[in-house]
Design a protein around this ligand. Structure first.
Ligand code: ATP
Ligand code: MG
Length: 443
């Protein structure tokens, strides 16, 4: 993409309404624009990152064997009356009427709707196990929407639902989700720690939240510092294997790690003092096993091998897709702007032309652009006739992990400069070598 043809409305001024760094940077980098309280339009750069995050989520869901569907945003109140949550959900649920006076609502989550799909089409143990998920906009009328996309009213969420014959099978689904979430967040360059959480209004007793440590996090967390050394890496876990998923669960959840809702001082005191940490975290996901709560309420049953009928065991599992943009920026930025992890960066690298209009510099940038594109990479070429300083400031603000700087002086020696956004280190090399290096980084 050439910057002169793109739509990147960066702000010079720091927006005064934004209290935390990720919100400020998303506004300054022209990623989002507030439409009304807690509701945002996604501008090209923000939308691109949102899509990258979404794609990683889809990819890892596929790896775990989960099946994508899409359910509607507007739902009828009837199903929610059947489950008893129409009243229980309270003021967070946005309610409305259609022209016939039928009560409708904007989906805050979708246990009822997915259970209705299940009960209509599945009747036998032979169809289990089954996990359906979607990535869809949700609406919760939060009392205090704030921090940009971190606590919006409208937000984008992956919500998945497992259906299993027995409690043991459903607990395997729970473990499988935990494993796949570890891999999902790591691919985004994030460390998200599974912590024992409170099941709240969802009911049930097995639940973990995934938290990204950050000073601006809304949750208070307590953990054993050893946890931050754990890496999932690229281990090949067989998601069908009960033992393998169980082993990962034990490795990642056996040390003390809890949100304030489940925090236990006496247990925490057993962690060696030098490893005890109290910090703040951003909740980027949560997994639940809640048994037969919704299947009993809505009559979602299956026939067992011996011919009896039982309600299915269920769980639900969420990832805050839009909140993740804020969480990634909170975890990865400096005073000049965002530093995107390679896994989610909107463009693979930037090209800065120090002397736009100079025939040799223009030609070198064009050929770099073509060579990168030919390798399946997406560069952002700053082809504006601006001062070098302004171009560098824009690149630093929008946080592309790699920048190639091209100028007449370097070209005389046959070199361009490759700079890492994270370390600031620069290296001179031939344009061909720069292309190869970037291709290798993303391979
Ligand atoms: P919170 O405690 O932050 O209000 P929650 O526990 O009510 O969240 P879940 O029902 O577990 O949320 O939703 C799954 C995920 O969706 C959360 O882990 C979070 O990442 C994201 N999420 C929830 N509410 C919001 C919101 N208002 N804005 C953006 N993301 C949200
Ligand atoms: Mg939650």
């Amino acid at each position: 993409m050439r910057l002169t043809r793109y739509f990147l409305p960066v702000l010079k001024e720091t927006p005064s309404e934004a209290q935390i760094v990720s919100h400020r940077l998303m506004l300054r980098a022209g990623m989002i624009k507030q439409a009304s309280a807690g509701i945002y339009s996604w501008l090209p750069l923000g939308f691109k990152v949102l899509r990258k995050i979404e794609n990683i989520v889809h990819d890892e869901q596929a790896r775990a064997g989960h099946i994508p569907i899409q359910m509607p945003i507007l739902q009828s109140a009837d199903l929610w009356r059947e489950s008893g949550r129409y009243d229980a959900f309270g003021e967070e649920m946005l309610r409305m009427q259609d022209r016939h006076g039928r009560e409708m609502l904007y989906t805050p989550t979708a246990e009822e709707l997915v259970t209705d799909i299940f009960r209509a089409h599945v009747g036998s143990y032979k169809d289990l196990p089954l996990t359906l998920y979607q990535i869809q906009w949700k609406f919760r009328d939060e009392v205090r929407p704030r921090f940009g996309v971190m606590r919006g009213r409208e937000f984008y969420m992956k919500d998945g639902y497992n259906f299993d014959l027995t409690k043991d099978a459903a607990l395997h689904a729970y473990n499988r989700h935990l494993v796949s979430y570890l891999r999902t967040y790591e691919r985004m360059g994030l460390q998200a720690i599974p912590m024992r959480a409170d099941s709240g209004a969802m009911g049930g007793d097995n639940t973990h939240e995934f938290l990204v440590l950050a000073e601006t996090g809304e949750s208070e967390v307590f953990y054993d510092a050893e946890i931050t050394d754990l890496k999932f890496g690229d281990r090949a876990v067989d998601y069908d294997s009960v033992e393998q998923c169980q082993a990962v669960l034990e490795e990642f959840t056996s040390r003390y790690a809890r949100t304030d809702e489940t925090h236990d001082e006496a247990l925490f005191a057993q962690v060696p003092e030098d490893r005890r940490r109290r910090a703040r975290g951003i909740e980027v996901g949560q997994i639940f096993y809640f048994g037969t709560k919704y299947s009993e309420a809505l009559g979602a049953t299956v026939v067992t091998p011996d011919g009896s009928r039982v309600p299915v065991h269920m769980g639900s599992h969420g990832i805050g897709v839009s909140r993740l943009l804020g969480a990634i920026i909170e975890a990865s930025h400096d005073e000049r702007g965002i530093i995107w992890p390679e896994g989610v960066t909107p463009f693979h690298c930037g090209i800065v032309n120090l002397k736009q209009g100079d025939a040799a510099a223009d030609a070198a940038c064009d050929s770099l652009y073509k060579a990168l594109t030919a390798k399946g990479l997406e560069p952002l070429y700053d082809d504006r006739t601006e001062r070098a300083g302004a171009k560098f400031a824009t690149m630093d603000l929008i946080g592309l992990p790699w920048r190639i700087t091209v100028g007449p002086r370097g070209l005389d020696k046959g070199v361009v400069e490759l700079t890492s956004r994270r370390t600031g280190d620069s290296e001179e090399m031939s344009p061909e070598a720069a292309v190869d290096r970037i291709a290798q980084i993303y391979s």
